[in-house]
Design a protein around this ligand. Structure first.
Ligand SMILES: Nc1ncnc2c1ncn2[C@@H]1O[C@H](COP(=O)(O)OP(=O)(O)OP(=O)(O)O)[C@@H](O)[C@H]1O
Ligand SMILES: [Mg+2]
Length: 503
């Protein structure tokens, strides 16, 4: 609940209020705890209060149990007894302004990024490329840039790879060794990625990050990315998080310390972000986490144990909620000890013991005070959420999506230049038709999956000829590669290069 300009999260048994100060909310945060201990509900309670404070929120809904935020909750017996415990008598169930997003374009606005914007480095991670293959992918990006070939969709990238393999003799000296083996391996990995449905994510119209920074009637919009299906492809999920983090950083102006953050971002299952991450990359992510604070963005990581998060990142997370952990094995005991050691000790209880004894929806809490120092740890009962807990029906979801102003912008089915439609030459974008199509897609009872066709760019027979091409022929090929792709080019993202460039 948002009370007296503070984000109230929980109370101690002595009714001491534990709140995040909005001006300290950009000092980032961490919510940890065992399965079923109450992490998601804590996230939800925080997200609601940020919205009440006029702060937009972005969160990934990994289990589909955050979608209910769009509808008012109800005060049942359990909630009433929690409220009595907390001595709260002004609790009002309410719905929050929500926008649904989906990388697959099925359960929310179609959230896409161009291949160009995601960049060779993040792609190499998702594709699991070897060093040599990574090098060839980087060459494909460099040649696409120099030859002005579009790189919006996976089909675009495949066409460019085909082009550089066919013309490698002309490019080897300037760009480095292009080998058919490496290009072949990248093509196969891309095909696999396409089979996982990833080409729904790559393309246009690309997400404009400013669309996350919105308010409605004074409340921050809560942007919910449906990640139920996405979570089945952990590599794509991690790649998306890396990309969105760099987008946020790159496109947010420096604002310094503010009375409240411009956006709060919740990373659920955050350990996926750090799996197998080489140290130079981690160093740079740590830098972003540090720097993004002064751009008014607060990052909140959610995971089972603090040990899932690298120490360098952990040191940056000022607002902490630790739910119950279990400790049956020696390694679990070590985890609990580490979690306890992260807090400023409260003389009235043993931190380690308390972590083991917490009930559902109870937690150890330490938020930053106005001086930016962590408060002494307290044992708290977390507030119940004001919006509905749990999942929603397809009809309810469609209703919210259809009512959003973004439905025309991101969900028009036959928009020219979109990732998975053929661009018909001369066809103009008709906003009325687009809106009608998008609304039909999200009308209750009319919800169809996979209704758009995937286009694979055709490489003309000419490009398979290995030798002796004239400049004119190559220019013609380039034109074809261009036409196979979409109309406009993404901007080269220097930041991503900086982020992922080797030392
Ligand atoms: N603050 C709370 N107020 C009311 N009920 C709560 C609260 N916290 C937890 N609960 C109850 O406990 C259940 C489990 O909580 P939650 O889903 O947040 O756990 P979790 O830690 O996210 O688990 P998992 O790791 O499996 O996702 C909720 O569905 C809800 O019924
Ligand atoms: Mg959860």
């Amino acid at each position: 609940m948002y009370i007296n300009n503070r984000i109230l999260v929980g109370k101690t048994a002595e009714a001491k209020e534990l709140f995040i100060l909005p001006e300290m909310a950009n000092r980032h945060g961490l919510i940890t705890g065992a399965s079923g201990s109450g992490k998601t509900i804590t996230l939800k309670v925080m997200a609601e209060s940020f919205s009440d404070a006029g702060v937009p929120v972005f969160l990934a809904d990994v289990k589909g149990d955050l979608a209910g935020t769009a509808f008012a909750g109800e005060v049942n017996e359990k909630i009433q007894s929690r409220l009595d415990n907390l001595k709260i008598d002004n609790f009002k169930p309410q719905a929050y302004p929500v926008r649904f997003w989906d990388l697959y374009g099925e359960k929310g606005h179609h959230l896409r990024a161009t291949i160009q914007s995601v960049g060779a480095d993040i792609l190499s991670i998702i594709l699991g490329l070897s060093e040599a293959q990574e090098g060839n992918l980087a060459i494909a990006f460099a040649i696409a840039k120099d030859e002005e070939l579009p790189l919006n969709t996976i089909a675009d990238l495949r066409a460019v790879l085909q082009f550089i393999a066919d013309n490698r003799a002309d490019y080897n000296t300037k760009y480095g060794q292009i080998t058919p083996q490496s290009v072949g391996a990248i093509q196969r990995a891309l095909l696999q990625l396409q089979n996982q449905g990833a080409d729904k994510f790559f393309g246009q119209p690309m997400l404009e990050i400013e669309d996350f920074f919105q308010t409605k009637d004074g409340k921050g919009i809560i942007n919910i990315l449906d990640s139920v299906k996405l979570f089945q492809s952990p590599d794509l999920y991690a790649a998306f998080l890396l990309w969105i983090l760099s987008e946020l950083f790159n496109k947010s102006p420096e604002v310094g310390d503010q009375a409240k953050p411009r956006l709060v971002f919740f990373f659920d299952e955050a350990h996926l972000l750090f799996n197998n991450m080489p140290s130079y990359r981690l160093k740079r992510i740590t830098q972003i986490v540090k720097l993004i604070r002064s751009r008014g963005v607060g990052l909140y990581f959610i995971s089972q144990a603090p040990t899932d998060i690298p120490d360098e990142i952990l040191a940056q997370l000022g607002n902490r909620v630790q739910h119950a952990l279990r400790a049956y094995t020696p390694s679990e005991q070590k985890t609990v000890r580490a979690a306890a050691d992260a807090f400023r000790t409260n003389k009235s209880f043993n931190t380690e013991q308390a972590i083991l004894e917490l009930g559902t929806g109870e937690a150890l809490i330490s938020f930053q005070n106005e001086k930016g120092a962590p408060e002494v740890v307290e044992k708290a009962t977390i507030l119940p959420p004001q919006s509905r807990m749990g999942v929603i029906t397809t009809e309810e979801r469609n209703h919210i999506v259809a009512a959003s102003p973004f439905v025309t912008k991101y969900d028009a089915v036959s928009r020219p230049g979109q990732s998975n439609t053929i661009t018909e030459p001369g066809k103009k974008f008709d906003p009325n038709q687009a809106q009608a199509e998008a609304l039909a897609k999200y009308s209750p009872g009319n919800f169809k999956k996979d209704e758009v066709k995937t286009t694979v760019a055709k490489t003309p027979a000419k490009t398979t000829a290995r030798r002796g091409k004239s400049t004119g022929e190559k220019a013609a090929e380039r034109a074809v590669v261009n036409a196979a792709g979409t109309a406009s080019r993404g901007i080269t993202n220097g930041f991503i290069k900086w982020l992922f460039g080797k030392k």
